[in-house]
Design a protein around this ligand. Sequence first.
Ligand SMILES: [Zn+2]
Length: 222
Amino acid sequence: MKIIDAHSHIDYITHKIQPNVVGTICCAKNESEWNLMCNMINTDNNIYGAFGIHPWFLSDVKNDFESDLKYLLALNSGYMIGEIGLDKYKPNMDKQSDVFIKQLDIAVNFKRTVFLHCVGAWDKILHLFKQYKKSELPLIVVHGFNDSENILKNLLENYNVMFSVSNIKYINMIPDDKILVETDAKQNVILSELVNKISDIKHNANMCEIIYENTLKVINNG
Ligand SMILES: [Zn+2]
């Protein structure tokens, strides 16, 4: 059994902690973590990095963060974009939107996988997606999805998306080739147990391999 954690953070490098986990996609919270993440990636081949500014951590966003982000991406073809998005329950939606749109634009231009955080703001995000041609948008990894089945269907029908899950809530609605597993840095999510549960529900003994292949696709920017 080989698993890559599709969404964690710098304080929880899953493959150093959990059995059967061979790699970790580490999502940045904001620019203050980018340097450390670069060092971690350079010293551990099994850490993959998504660089960005999370909607919860906007307080010290630099005016020129875009040029810093572009610089990192230009130098490192494997770097992805995350964790970015919108959260209705956190302050300052105008600033959240501004920072998110700038990062989505960069992801489109650099054709890099996006790790998306969206809570209660799918109307806004779907509206933003419509500003692009579908073929322009990169692979979008929706993390911790917790909204309506209609939105999930809409995303699957219209966009190049995958879902990284830490529980089985929506698992029957997500096609096998769109499933990823994540801890989101939570110690109580044991990925090998989660993958086994998904295999049982899907009646597919190859789910572990399929999820692993899906994650490699993510790492290779779709
Ligand atoms: Zn996260």
